[in-house]
Design a protein around this ligand. Structure first.
Ligand SMILES: O=C(O)c1ccccc1NCC(=O)[C@H](O)[C@H](O)COP(=O)(O)O
Length: 213
Protein backbone atom coordinates (compact mmCIF):
# COMPACT_ATOMS: atom_id res chain seq x y z
CA UNK A 1 0.00 0.00 0.00
CA UNK A 2 1.48 3.44 -0.92
CA UNK A 3 2.32 5.69 2.02
CA UNK A 4 -0.50 7.75 3.45
CA UNK A 5 -0.09 11.47 2.91
CA UNK A 6 -0.34 13.81 5.89
CA UNK A 7 -1.72 17.33 6.21
CA UNK A 8 -1.34 19.31 9.40
CA UNK A 9 -3.92 22.10 9.24
CA UNK A 10 -4.22 25.41 11.04
CA UNK A 11 -0.56 26.24 11.58
CA UNK A 12 0.01 29.68 13.05
CA UNK A 13 3.59 29.66 14.35
CA UNK A 14 7.07 29.02 12.99
CA UNK A 15 7.59 26.37 15.68
CA UNK A 16 4.56 24.40 14.56
CA UNK A 17 5.55 24.74 10.91
CA UNK A 18 9.07 23.53 11.68
CA UNK A 19 7.61 20.57 13.59
CA UNK A 20 5.39 19.60 10.65
CA UNK A 21 8.35 19.80 8.25
CA UNK A 22 10.64 17.88 10.61
CA UNK A 23 7.99 15.17 10.93
CA UNK A 24 7.82 15.00 7.11
CA UNK A 25 4.20 16.01 6.78
CA UNK A 26 3.29 16.41 3.11
CA UNK A 27 1.09 19.47 3.51
CA UNK A 28 0.42 22.25 5.96
CA UNK A 29 -2.82 24.19 6.11
CA UNK A 30 -3.08 27.98 6.42
CA UNK A 31 -6.54 29.13 7.53
CA UNK A 32 -7.95 32.28 5.94
CA UNK A 33 -11.22 32.49 7.83
CA UNK A 34 -11.42 35.30 10.42
CA UNK A 35 -13.86 33.55 12.85
CA UNK A 36 -11.32 30.74 13.34
CA UNK A 37 -8.81 30.81 16.21
CA UNK A 38 -6.31 29.64 13.59
CA UNK A 39 -6.85 32.40 11.04
CA UNK A 40 -3.77 34.10 9.60
CA UNK A 41 -3.22 37.67 8.53
CA UNK A 42 -1.54 38.08 5.15
CA UNK A 43 1.64 39.17 6.93
CA UNK A 44 1.69 36.05 9.12
CA UNK A 45 0.94 33.80 6.16
CA UNK A 46 3.77 35.33 4.14
CA UNK A 47 6.20 34.79 7.01
CA UNK A 48 5.26 31.10 7.30
CA UNK A 49 5.24 30.56 3.55
CA UNK A 50 8.70 32.13 3.16
CA UNK A 51 10.02 29.90 5.93
CA UNK A 52 8.43 26.77 4.45
CA UNK A 53 9.65 27.34 0.90
CA UNK A 54 9.21 24.14 -1.08
CA UNK A 55 9.78 21.86 1.91
CA UNK A 56 6.06 21.22 2.42
CA UNK A 57 2.93 21.74 0.35
CA UNK A 58 0.97 24.83 1.38
CA UNK A 59 -2.82 24.53 1.33
CA UNK A 60 -4.97 27.60 1.96
CA UNK A 61 -8.27 26.96 3.72
CA UNK A 62 -11.20 29.23 2.85
CA UNK A 63 -14.92 29.19 3.69
CA UNK A 64 -17.18 30.54 0.93
CA UNK A 65 -14.49 33.05 -0.08
CA UNK A 66 -14.85 35.83 -2.61
CA UNK A 67 -12.16 36.22 -5.26
CA UNK A 68 -10.46 39.09 -3.43
CA UNK A 69 -9.86 37.00 -0.31
CA UNK A 70 -8.66 34.09 -2.42
CA UNK A 71 -6.24 36.32 -4.32
CA UNK A 72 -4.85 37.72 -1.07
CA UNK A 73 -4.40 34.25 0.46
CA UNK A 74 -2.89 32.70 -2.67
CA UNK A 75 -0.32 35.47 -2.90
CA UNK A 76 0.51 35.76 0.81
CA UNK A 77 0.67 32.01 1.41
CA UNK A 78 2.40 31.08 -1.87
CA UNK A 79 -0.27 28.41 -2.00
CA UNK A 80 0.04 25.08 -3.78
CA UNK A 81 -3.67 24.26 -3.37
CA UNK A 82 -6.93 25.88 -2.32
CA UNK A 83 -9.18 24.08 0.17
CA UNK A 84 -12.83 25.12 0.03
CA UNK A 85 -14.48 24.31 3.35
CA UNK A 86 -17.86 26.00 2.99
CA UNK A 87 -20.95 25.52 0.85
CA UNK A 88 -19.20 26.03 -2.48
CA UNK A 89 -21.01 24.39 -5.40
CA UNK A 90 -19.23 22.32 -8.08
CA UNK A 91 -19.56 25.32 -10.41
CA UNK A 92 -17.88 27.62 -7.90
CA UNK A 93 -15.10 25.08 -7.24
CA UNK A 94 -14.44 24.82 -10.97
CA UNK A 95 -14.44 28.61 -11.29
CA UNK A 96 -11.89 28.95 -8.46
CA UNK A 97 -9.64 26.33 -10.05
CA UNK A 98 -9.77 28.04 -13.42
CA UNK A 99 -9.28 31.54 -12.03
CA UNK A 100 -6.31 30.75 -9.80
CA UNK A 101 -4.75 27.86 -11.71
CA UNK A 102 -4.33 25.80 -8.56
CA UNK A 103 -5.66 22.41 -7.47
CA UNK A 104 -8.89 22.70 -5.49
CA UNK A 105 -9.58 20.51 -2.49
CA UNK A 106 -13.28 20.39 -1.61
CA UNK A 107 -14.32 19.52 1.92
CA UNK A 108 -17.52 17.51 2.18
CA UNK A 109 -19.29 17.42 5.57
CA UNK A 110 -20.38 13.90 6.44
CA UNK A 111 -23.09 12.48 8.63
CA UNK A 112 -24.55 9.76 6.39
CA UNK A 113 -23.84 7.61 3.31
CA UNK A 114 -25.61 10.13 1.07
CA UNK A 115 -22.89 12.67 1.88
CA UNK A 116 -20.21 10.32 0.57
CA UNK A 117 -22.21 9.84 -2.65
CA UNK A 118 -22.53 13.62 -3.02
CA UNK A 119 -18.77 13.88 -3.47
CA UNK A 120 -19.16 12.53 -7.02
CA UNK A 121 -20.76 15.85 -7.96
CA UNK A 122 -17.28 17.39 -7.66
CA UNK A 123 -15.44 14.85 -9.82
CA UNK A 124 -14.91 17.36 -12.67
CA UNK A 125 -14.58 20.41 -10.46
CA UNK A 126 -12.16 19.44 -7.68
CA UNK A 127 -8.78 17.73 -7.53
CA UNK A 128 -9.26 16.17 -4.13
CA UNK A 129 -12.23 15.49 -1.87
CA UNK A 130 -11.72 15.87 1.86
CA UNK A 131 -14.36 14.09 3.93
CA UNK A 132 -14.80 15.84 7.27
CA UNK A 133 -17.33 15.57 10.09
CA UNK A 134 -20.39 17.82 9.80
CA UNK A 135 -20.31 20.34 12.63
CA UNK A 136 -23.34 21.73 14.50
CA UNK A 137 -25.18 24.79 13.12
CA UNK A 138 -23.49 27.98 14.26
CA UNK A 139 -20.14 26.26 14.93
CA UNK A 140 -17.03 26.52 12.76
CA UNK A 141 -17.41 24.25 9.70
CA UNK A 142 -14.21 22.39 10.62
CA UNK A 143 -11.37 22.19 13.07
CA UNK A 144 -13.73 21.09 15.85
CA UNK A 145 -12.23 17.69 16.59
CA UNK A 146 -15.43 15.86 15.61
CA UNK A 147 -15.37 12.41 14.03
CA UNK A 148 -17.90 10.79 11.72
CA UNK A 149 -18.65 7.11 11.23
CA UNK A 150 -15.57 5.88 9.38
CA UNK A 151 -17.34 2.69 8.29
CA UNK A 152 -19.19 4.89 5.75
CA UNK A 153 -15.92 4.97 3.80
CA UNK A 154 -15.13 1.25 3.98
CA UNK A 155 -14.54 0.05 0.42
CA UNK A 156 -15.01 3.56 -0.97
CA UNK A 157 -13.93 3.75 -4.60
CA UNK A 158 -13.35 7.40 -5.41
CA UNK A 159 -13.27 8.80 -8.94
CA UNK A 160 -10.66 11.35 -7.75
CA UNK A 161 -8.05 11.58 -4.95
CA UNK A 162 -9.51 11.93 -1.47
CA UNK A 163 -8.63 12.34 2.17
CA UNK A 164 -10.05 11.88 5.64
CA UNK A 165 -10.40 14.61 8.27
CA UNK A 166 -12.33 15.15 11.45
CA UNK A 167 -11.24 14.34 14.97
CA UNK A 168 -8.04 12.53 13.98
CA UNK A 169 -5.43 12.26 16.73
CA UNK A 170 -2.14 10.43 17.27
CA UNK A 171 -4.18 7.81 19.15
CA UNK A 172 -6.92 7.06 16.63
CA UNK A 173 -5.35 7.77 13.23
CA UNK A 174 -4.08 4.18 12.75
CA UNK A 175 -7.56 2.83 13.37
CA UNK A 176 -9.00 5.44 10.98
CA UNK A 177 -6.59 4.43 8.22
CA UNK A 178 -7.34 0.74 8.74
CA UNK A 179 -11.10 1.39 8.62
CA UNK A 180 -11.12 3.63 5.55
CA UNK A 181 -7.88 3.00 3.61
CA UNK A 182 -7.66 6.78 3.29
CA UNK A 183 -4.76 7.86 1.05
CA UNK A 184 -4.46 11.18 2.93
CA UNK A 185 -5.23 12.19 6.51
CA UNK A 186 -5.74 15.73 7.80
CA UNK A 187 -5.70 16.90 11.40
CA UNK A 188 -5.90 20.17 13.26
CA UNK A 189 -7.32 20.15 16.78
CA UNK A 190 -6.01 16.60 17.32
CA UNK A 191 -2.48 18.00 17.45
CA UNK A 192 -3.30 20.97 19.68
CA UNK A 193 -3.13 21.63 23.42
CA UNK A 194 -5.90 24.29 23.18
CA UNK A 195 -7.91 25.68 20.23
CA UNK A 196 -5.41 27.26 17.86
CA UNK A 197 -2.33 26.18 19.85
CA UNK A 198 -0.40 23.47 18.09
CA UNK A 199 1.54 20.98 20.21
CA UNK A 200 4.89 20.08 18.69
CA UNK A 201 5.01 16.69 20.39
CA UNK A 202 1.55 15.79 19.11
CA UNK A 203 2.49 16.77 15.55
CA UNK A 204 5.48 14.41 15.70
CA UNK A 205 3.39 11.66 17.31
CA UNK A 206 0.65 12.00 14.69
CA UNK A 207 3.08 11.68 11.78
CA UNK A 208 4.84 8.72 13.42
CA UNK A 209 1.50 7.00 14.00
CA UNK A 210 0.50 7.43 10.34
CA UNK A 211 3.78 5.90 9.20
CA UNK A 212 3.28 2.93 11.53
CA UNK A 213 -0.26 2.27 10.26
O1 LIG B 1 -9.45 24.94 11.59
C1 LIG B 1 -10.36 25.78 11.56
O2 LIG B 1 -10.44 26.66 12.42
C2 LIG B 1 -11.37 25.71 10.48
C3 LIG B 1 -12.27 26.73 10.34
C4 LIG B 1 -13.23 26.69 9.35
C5 LIG B 1 -13.30 25.63 8.48
C6 LIG B 1 -12.39 24.58 8.61
C7 LIG B 1 -11.43 24.62 9.60
N1 LIG B 1 -10.54 23.60 9.75
C8 LIG B 1 -10.52 22.46 8.93
C9 LIG B 1 -9.41 21.57 9.30
O3 LIG B 1 -8.50 21.94 9.98
C10 LIG B 1 -9.37 20.20 8.82
O4 LIG B 1 -9.42 20.22 7.44
C11 LIG B 1 -10.41 19.34 9.43
O5 LIG B 1 -11.61 19.98 9.65
C12 LIG B 1 -9.95 18.66 10.65
O6 LIG B 1 -10.13 19.37 11.81
P1 LIG B 1 -10.04 18.61 13.21
O7 LIG B 1 -11.29 17.83 13.41
O8 LIG B 1 -9.86 19.68 14.22
O9 LIG B 1 -8.84 17.73 13.15
Amino acid sequence: MPSVQIKICGLTTREALDAAIAARADYCGFVFYPPSPRTLTPVAARDLADRAGARIGKVGLFVDPDDALLAQGVEAGSLDAIQLHGRETPARAAEVRARFGLPVWKAIPVTAAADIERAAEYREAADLILFDARTPKGALPGGMGLKFDWSLLAGYDSPIPWGLAGGLTPHNVCEAIRATRAPLVDTSSGVESAPGEKDIGKIAAFCAAVRSA
